[in-house]
Design a protein around this ligand. Structure first.
Ligand SMILES: Nc1ncnc2c1ncn2[C@@H]1O[C@H](COP(=O)(O)OP(=O)(O)OP(=O)(O)O)[C@@H](O)[C@H]1O
Ligand SMILES: [Mg+2]
Length: 277
């Protein structure tokens, strides 16, 4: 419930973004090519979660999907290999096979449209992203593959920095703003209601968590404090999370949390995050 990988079944305050993604994928449900989409916004604004929810819903239709975390895959070859595996149902050939040969095999195997999610695409170096997006934009006319991209990025300038792909890649951009204090309150309340026993979180402690989360502008930080404050109360053998638990976690955990999240960011974001904390 409080782990970063947990996918809540309800994403509060993201109806607009969820609808926009769904509309862009609608052509695929009718057998056509989905529209390219870019989801952009600061960390912990629900980009990955929204897209994962939509991908789960796509399973009911004849649409293939592949989710790729760019920091792990890194190169065009690795990314195309992953798409090959999902499309062809077998391991990709060893390095050395040219990418166009892999694409024509994908085209032969694939009857359905395919949605390719490139999460954290800002981790790719710009030349790789440029070439990849250019080739994927041409994939329909050259290989008859009905492929729609969903690129997820924390870098707002991302599309503007493309050179070769800039001329052909015209995605629908969906913006994910930071949650304001009221939205943070709703989202954390939803988790408290499901993750804690009734009455196990004092109102003061909850208010303080909301305040700290809004101050740092990072919902992930709020989820982290919720979880750790619960553990702190347990350690005191208390049935209720009090403000002192929140303060203890905040004092002790902020540095750990920030160090952990900073190590997961790219260099631009690291500088910005350090400025914030
Ligand atoms: N609207 C929401 N309702 C409930 N939980 C949310 C919501 N938005 C985000 N979360 C939770 O916050 C955490 C961060 O969300 P997510 O990973 O989707 O953000 P992100 O925008 O992809 O962040 P990053 O850019 O750092 O990858 C997750 O644990 C997710 O469950
Ligand atoms: Mg994400």
């Amino acid at each position: 419930m409080f782990n970063p990988e947990y996918l809540p079944e309800v994403l509060l305050h993201r109806d607009k973004q969820l609808d926009s993604i769904a509309v862009n994928l609608r052509p695929a449900i009718k057998g056509g090519a989905p529209m390219h989409t870019v989801c952009v916004g600061p960390p912990a604004t629900g980009k990955t979660s929204c897209v994962r929810i939509i991908l789960n819903k796509l399973q009911d239709f004849d649409v293939k999907s592949v989710y790729i975390r760019c920091p792990i895959y890194r190169t065009e070859y690795n990314i195309v290999s992953r798409i090959y595996e999902v499309s062809c149902g077998r391991l990709a050939p060893q390095k050395g096979v040219p990418i166009p040969s892999m694409l024509s095999e994908i085209s032969n195997s694939l009857e359905d449209p395919i949605v390719v999610v490139l999460d954290d695409i800002n981790f790719l170096d710009i030349a790789t992203a440029d070439s990849l997006l250019y080739n994927f934009c041409k994939i329909h006319e050259e290989f008859a593959i009905k492929l729609g991209l969903i690129c997820i990025s924390t870098e707002v300038k991302f599309v503007g920095t493309l050179e070769m792909a800039g001329a052909v890649f015209h995605p629908d951009e969906i913006y994910f703003p930071l949650y304001d204090e009221n939205e943070i309150r709703d989202i954390l309340q939803w988790r408290v209601e499901r993750g804690f026993y009734p009455g196990a979180m004092s109102n003061d402690a909850f208010d303080r968590i909301v305040e700290l989360t809004a101050k740092h502008g990072d919902l992930r930080f709020g989820l982290y404090i919720l979880k750790m404050a619960g553990i702190s109360a347990e350690r005191r053998a208390s049935r209720k999370v009090e403000v002192e638990d929140v303060e203890n976690v905040y004092k002790g955990g902020l540095k750990v949390f920030v160090a952990k999240s900073i190590s997961a960011l790219n260099s631009d974001e690291r500088i910005r995050t350090k400025e914030r904390f």
